[in-house]
Write a protein of this length. Structure first.
Length: 270
């Protein structure tokens, strides 16, 4: 149950997709004065060292974020992709790319004083690390770390007082039941809070459970070997999201391509 560690995968092509999409959604939400809450159901450790043992062992960042900054050195990134690159760079010194922020730290950077962030993480080591990392921000009660199963823990918070929220769900899917739990969580959440924005990351792999998540979505897919592809399933997306992602994911697919099979797709479902 506790075998998955995102530190092995930090900065990979899936993170590029997930965090570019996340930033685009949060930028739009922050345009309105009304407070909002962000829920991260599988928060991880929050910050990762790309030169650490875990990331160095997998080398996945070298085919994701690190490859992206290398290849874009002489190319003008799209606005959404530039926003992502600037965000990651803000956690590093100039000419250094050793730290990669996970979703909790990217989200926290965009919160206003009146906004809230609730982080769920059940892995005992990652919960401890996440709590320590968040404590260094000195943000008080704005950010809460809960050692709970995010699939279940989120229920008691919906709907939020402000009636504005983004739910980010990106489980490891190492447990086959995660696919069904994602569907069940979203179905329950929509009953409790139908107007919320829900963003679910998923792998695209040769497994029937994975393909069942693709029936109705706004998605961007980046084709790669190993984990061949991943996508974001977004419910109630900002109206600006599709246009922001279309050109950005095209650029990502071109830059990260390793063979002729690279592709991307952004679709709207009903």
């Amino acid at each position: 149950m506790f075998s998955y560690r995102h530190a092995f995968h930090a900065g990979n092509h899936a993170d590029v997709l997930k965090h570019t999409t996340l930033l685009a959604m949060l930028r739009h939400m922050a345009l309105k004065d009304t407070a909002f809450t962000v829920f991260d159901t599988h928060a991880g450790a929050g910050l990762y060292r790309l030169d650490g043992d875990y990331a160095s062992t997998s080398g996945e960042a070298g085919e994701g974020y690190l490859r992206l900054i290398e290849k874009l050195a002489n190319i003008t990134p799209t606005p959404a992709l530039q926003d992502y690159l600037d965000m990651v760079a803000s956690f590093n010194t100039p000419d250094s790319h050793k730290v990669y922020p996970g979703s909790p730290f990217i989200i926290q950077r965009l919160l206003r004083e009146r906004d809230k962030l609730k982080l769920f993480e059940i892995h005992p080591t990652d919960t401890k690390t996440l709590s320590s990392n968040i404590a260094q921000l000195d943000v008080g009660r704005q950010v809460a770390v809960l050692r709970e199963d995010g699939f279940e823990g989120i229920k008691k918070f919906l709907p939020p007082p402000s009636r504005r929220a983004l739910v980010l769900c990106d489980p490891s899917y190492e447990i086959k039941n995660d696919y069904n739990r994602v569907v069940d969580m979203v179905a329950d959440a929509l009953i409790r809070f139908s107007t919320g924005t829900y963003a679910i990351w998923y792998p695209i792999i040769p497994r029937p459970e994975a393909h069942q998540l693709l029936l109705t979505n706004d998605e961007g897919d980046v084709i790669r070997p190993g984990l061949p592809a991943s996508g974001m399933f977004v419910i109630n997306p900002p109206h600006t999201l599709k246009s922001a992602l279309k050109e950005s994911l095209k650029q990502v697919a071109q830059v990260l391509a390793q063979d002729q099979n690279n592709a991307f797709e952004v679709e709207s479902g009903t």
